[in-house]
Design a protein around this ligand. Structure first.
Ligand code: PGA
Length: 247
C-alpha cells in the first residue's frame, strides 16, 4: 500500500480547499490519501472529506501543550479539527523559519504523543549534494531528528525524503537516485530502530512529483509513496497521481 500526501503549502482559503476536496472525494483507491492544508482550512477540509478516503493533516505542529508561543498551533488544537497528520520539518520551515533537527524532534514527539502521525521531512540542499554530502546530511537529520523516538513510536511515523533542490523546481530526482537515497536512509533507520521497524517505516519521495513521473517513482522498491506540493493543488493532476500508485 502506498501513501500519497498533498502539501498545499500557503494556498487556498478554507472555502477553496473544501471545493478541491469535494473534487477529490470520489477517488477510488485502496491507498492512503492525505492532504496537508493551512491551519485555517483544517476544520472545513475535514468536514468536506467526511465519508471519503481522504484524510486531512496540518503542515506544522508545536511541541508545547499551550503557552506563550505566538503564531504556533498545538497538537490538541489540530486534533480538535479532526486532522490526523502533521508535516514536521519541511525544508521550507528549516530554510525560512529556523527549524532545526532539535525542534523537528520536539514537534514529532508532540505529534506522536497526541495520536497525530507526523510526516517528518528530511533532505539535502543543492550545495550539500554538490559537495557530496547527501548521505552525511541525511544521517545527521535522522540521528538528531529521531533521537528520543522509540522503535514502538516509529510505528506511528511517516518519513518523506525531499531533496531541497527538487522542491518546486520541476527538477525531480531520477527514480533510481531517489530509490537509492531512500534505501540509504532506511539503512540508518535500521541501525537505530532495527530491521523490522525500518522495513515497515513508510518513506515517501517528495520534490516535483507530478502526474507524469509518479508512476515510475512509485514503482521503485524503496519508495512508499509521495509528498506532492504543486501538483496537489489541481484535482485532476492529484487524482492522476493517486491512480499512479495502483499496482
Ligand atoms: P513540489 O513540493 O511537489 O511542489 O516540489 C513538494 C513539497 O515541498 O512537499
Amino acid at each position: 500500500m502506498k501513501i500519497i500526501a498533498g502539501n498545499w503549502k500557503m494556498n487556498y482559503t478554507s472555502a477553496q480547499g473544501a471545493q478541491l476536496i469535494s473534487r477529490l472525494k470520489n477517488v477510488e483507491t485502496t491507498d492512503t490519501v492525505i492532504v496537508c492544508v493551512p491551519f485555517t482550512s483544517l476544520a472545513a477540509c475535514v468536514l468536506a472529506a467526511e465519508g471519503s478516503k481522504i484524510r486531512v493533516g496540518a503542515q506544522n505542529i508545536h511541541w508545547a501543550e499551550s503557552g506563550a508561543f505566538t503564531g504556533e498551533v498545538s497538537a490538541e488544537m489540530i486534533k480538535e479539527t479532526g486532522a490526523v497528520y502533521a508535516i514536521v520539518g519541511h525544508s521550507e520551515r528549516r530554510q525560512f523559519f529556523g527549524e532545526t533537527d532539535q525542534t523537528v524532534l520536539k514537534r514529532a514527539l508532540a505529534a506522536i504523543k497526541n495520536d497525530i502521525i507526523p510526516i517528518v521531512c528530511i533532505g539535502e540542499t543543492l550545495e550539500e549534494r554538490e559537495r557530496g554530502e547527501t548521505k552525511l546530511v541525511l544521517s545527521r537529520q535522522i540521528r538528531e531528528g529521531f533521537k528520543d523516538i522509540s522503535a514502538e513510536m516509529m510505528k506511528r511515523v511517516i518519513v518523506a525524503y525531499e531533496p531541497v533542490w527538487a522542491i518546486g523546481t520541476g527538477r525531480t530526482a531520477t527514480s533510481a537516485d531517489a530509490n537509492e537515497t531512500i534505501g540509504y536512509a532506511r539503512g540508518v533507520f535500521a541501525e537505530l530502530f532495527g530491521n523490522g521497524a525500518a522495513a515497515n517505516l513508510p518513506i515517501l519521495y517528495g520534490g516535483s512529483v507530478n502526474e507524469k513521473n509518479a508512476r515510475e517513482l512509485f514503482s521503485m522498491k524503496e519508495i512508499d509513496g509521495g509528498l506532492v506540493g504543486g501538483a496537489s493543488l489541481d484535482a485532476t493532476k492529484f487524482i492522476e497521481i493517486i491512480n499512479s500508485a495502483k499496482i
